[in-house]
Design a protein around this ligand. Structure first.
Ligand SMILES: [Zn+2]
Ligand SMILES: [Zn+2]
Length: 304
């Protein structure tokens, strides 16, 4: 009698595990299977902080301490997301506040061709190390981490009044030659995670990079605008979404995203937003990333 009860209980427990798996396989529930695959990977390779090597928090390659230390964007220009200088923020008189309208001086003088830039972080330590890891060292585990951090920021923004969802996300295109060398477009890989979380499709074929340009990171602000001029071309105006969010890893002077926004608007786009992981006002060359932990890559990339 006891044996029969135990057998029945065991079968019931097995059913609890197998039933959703079988149902997911039957319905090809990609999300459930992806979650299951991630759990399996986490068991084999426990999440480890990419910055200090401590055990990762919440299934991520980032510990709680390093997460808390990340430089959030803070007070910034309402249009281009340029962070306001800390000295200006300490000013206690709103009457003489230089950015009373919430716009930086540049946006007041010459509004950019995009509606608004949303950035999650200031491009300060340790962001150059993390971004360098995905850009120059193919640290694929960091793509998932940074993509999730950006998606979280956008999910917060989605709750705010005035949020206007784009019809499609356009990752900043790489020139085919650079794509061949790198093997992947980091903006597209970040966009895949954001697209899944926000349920907004990616359209990375509506625009392409026609000209292979010199790396923007090696140029000063003035040269960046002339270097990128004429680099993009819309491939088909028939399938061009009316509202697009351009996604890039870091916005520095805004030269690249402004040029892309200009081309899209000329082709008939009504509204362009910019989504970026980090925003900086500095024009110094990006520091070469030194070392990122861990050495393994837990996730594979899909090439475009
Ligand atoms: Zn850490
Ligand atoms: Zn601005």
């Amino acid at each position: 009698m006891l044996d029969r009860l135990r057998r029945r209980q065991y079968r019931w427990q097995l059913d609890q595990v197998l039933a959703p798996l079988i149902a997911a396989l039957r319905q090809r529930d990609g999300q459930f299977l992806r979650r299951l695959a991630h759990q399996g990977i986490d068991l084999l390779y426990p999440p480890t902080c990419a910055l200090c090597g401590a055990p990762g928090d919440a299934g991520r390659d980032l510990c709680a301490g390093c997460h808390a230390d990340l430089p959030l964007i803070g007070a910034h220009c309402a249009r281009c997301a340029k962070p306001f200088p800390v000295a200006a923020l300490d000013h206690d008189s709103t009457a003489t506040w230089p950015h009373a309208a919430g716009l930086c001086g540049h946006c007041q003088r010459q509004p950019p061709p995009f509606e608004r830039c949303i950035a999650a972080f200031r491009y300060e330590d340790p962001l150059p190390i993390l971004v360098g890891g995905i850009k120059f060292q193919s640290k694929l585990n960091l793509i998932r981490l940074l993509g999730e951090l950006l998606a979280e920021k956008l999910e917060d923004e989605r709750q705010r009044p005035g949020w206007q969802p784009p019809e499609a996300i356009l990752p900043v295109p790489l020139h085919p030659r650079r794509l061949r060398v790198r093997g992947y477009n980091q903006a597209l890989e970040l966009a895949r995670l954001v697209s899944r979380r926000l349920d907004i499709p990616i359209n990375h074929r509506c625009c392409q990079r026609m000209r292979s340009t010199q790396a923007q990171s090696a140029l000063n602000e003035q040269l960046r605008f002339s270097n990128i001029h004429g680099a993009f071309e819309v491939t088909s105006t028939r399938t061009l979404p009316r509202r697009i969010a351009i996604l890039d890893d870091v916005v520095t002077t805004g030269a690249t995203v402004s040029e892309l926004a200009r081309v899209l608007k000329r082709a008939g786009c009504e509204r362009i937003d910019i989504w970026a992981l980090a925003r900086t006002t500095m024009t110094r060359p990006n520091p070469t990333p030194i070392r990122v932990q861990p050495e393994y890559s837990r996730f594979s990339l899909q090439t475009p």
